[in-house]
Design a protein around this ligand. Structure first.
Ligand SMILES: [Zn+2]
Length: 305
């Protein structure tokens, strides 16, 4: 954990995704503030602590986390702090989130470590159009030939993600409630905007021990620092919508959004699958909605940039 401070995390995040190399001098203006603070289930959060929790250190963002089965045909193949999910079917596999381009080789290794072939990724989906989740899409397509599908409202932001000048591939444009099917598995794309305009919550079902479970791949509900009336409307709609989704297993675009590290530790001791946790399906929603309301309640001058 050497060198870990919220500032180094932010320097990495902002430097890599928003400002570009050498733009760290304007960090102070772009770092999320350390207020307001909200407390949910005994834990206190600020916008800065949430971002630090999500991103970890620069090393966490690129270090392989042990790949593992979550439930049924769904596996985790991401790094310590950036999620990537593999859904395996007899007709080929789905990958959700390529993360940073520099992580694609690590994701390939995780897929291989689980005994699958990266070349069997036939469909690449995304959580939302930010570099830490979808920068590697072009490289994944180059390596696998996968069809890349994206929510219409995120297309402009995705097209602006061009690592090394590579065009962002998009083979199919999706709309709210459309489905993606391969090898007997169907995923539904729910438009849950706010964090980005096309933020996509994916739902599907998975089978384990003869039972069927509802699985929700949550999109980030982290409020932007500046809340325009349009974004307020988007986020309000999204908080309401995600609470209506049937859910037994919830995962998110950062492992911290579903306590992956703690659940993975419990997985090692056997017993019931710790990822089946319907009681906590909306814990992250509760945290983000509390923060959203606290930001909204601030005097306008402190939220506008
Ligand atoms: Zn994001």
């Amino acid at each position: 954990m050497t060198g870990f401070t919220p500032t180094t995390v932010l320097a990495s995040l902002l430097g890599a995704t928003l400002l570009g190399p050498g733009a760290t001098t304007s960090l102070a203006q772009n770092a999320p503030p350390d207020q307001p603070a909200v407390t949910v289930k005994g834990v206190t959060y600020t916008p800065r602590s949430i971002l630090a929790r999500n991103m970890g250190t620069p090393e966490d963002q690129t270090t392989q986390f042990p790949p593992h089965k979550i439930i049924g045909n769904i596996y985790y193949v991401g790094t310590k702090t950036l999620s990537s999910f593999l859904i395996v079917t007899p007709q080929g596999n789905i990958l959700i989130d390529s993360t940073y381009e520099r992580n694609v080789k690590t994701i390939e290794k995780s897929v291989t470590d689980l005994g699958f072939k990266f070349s069997e990724v036939k469909i690449l989906l995304g959580n939302h159009a930010h570099g830490d989740h979808q920068e590697g899409d072009a490289l994944v397509k180059q390596m696998t030939g996968a069809q890349v599908m994206a929510m219409a409202e995120d297309v402009p932001a995705l097209q602006a993600i061009k690592p090394g000048g590579k065009e962002h591939p998009i083979d199919r444009i999706l709309h709210d409630k459309e489905t993606v099917t391969i090898g007997g598995t169907t995923l539904t794309a729910h438009l849950t905007p706010g964090h980005t305009h096309g933020c996509t919550t994916w739902t599907t079902t998975a089978q384990e021990s003869g039972k069927i479970y509802n699985v929700v791949f949550s999109c980030s509900l982290r409020s932007p620092a500046t809340l325009t009336p349009a974004v307020v409307e988007e986020m309000t709609r999204s908080f309401k919508l995600v609470r209506t989704l049937p859910c037994d297993v919830q995962v998110g675009d950062h492992p911290a959004q579903y306590n992956m590290h703690e659940k993975f530790a419990r997985l090692q001791s056997g017993g019931t699958n710790p990822f089946i946790d319907p009681a906590n399906c909306n814990l992250e929603t509760d945290i983000q909605e509390a923060m959203f309301k606290a930001i909204l309640a601030q005097p306008r001058s402190s939220t506008a940039q």
